[in-house]
Design a protein. Sequence first.
Length: 258
Amino acid sequence: MTEPISPARSRALSFDTAAARYDSARPGYPPALFDAVEEITGRSLHGTRVIDVGAGTGIATRLLRARGARVTAVEPGPGMAAQLRRTLPDTPLVLGSGDALPLADGSADLITYAQSWHWTNPARSLPEALRVLRPGGALALWWNVADLTVPWIAAQAARMSTELADGAHGAPGGSRRLPDPVPTRERAVSWTRKISVDAHLDNLSSHSLFLTMRQAEAARFLARERAELLKAFPDGVLHEEYEVQLTVTFRPHRPSHS
């Protein structure tokens, strides 16, 4: 008998239905984020063996490669993986999840989770990351988080919370934090991107909350949201304001023996 797919797994795989839109609409990450990763880990990304887990369509993968990293992408969704393959045909790509990495022990200098750690079970994904890292290697997790101190972003979040059945949040994956008492170093990087209202709505609609709701309900909300945004931005252009929240931990070095 085939094991049924859990609601969380179904929602995580919902991105497969919108892979091209996800790739074109989702924000990237600022250079300062990768500067912070290099500073915290104490090594340049150039030549570093990186495993980008939950790579999606390769948004972070591309930026890591641009810094000279030797990246292998790991992605559970076949649709997202196919989009990554189209845009990064020469990047090694493995179908798999962070809860059971199909990779050798000690084979990575750095493991990255860009917008994806919360889809894992940390009780499994943390030991797996530490297994695949070399001693002294680093695990880095990060998310673009909308800046709710910006009035229009706060107003949009309030409308989502009020009008949508699942609210503005509700991703069914695990925590965005590493479990206690794992030692971590954290950093926050603020940045902005200027895009059209329509591109912003494409970004919004590529989130699992919209991909898993009834299409008519999603379409009604997005149409009303477009009207609200055009009141605030009649020229059809806005600035998305983000804080990238970065967390890094390390695999301990093996104890020395006399």
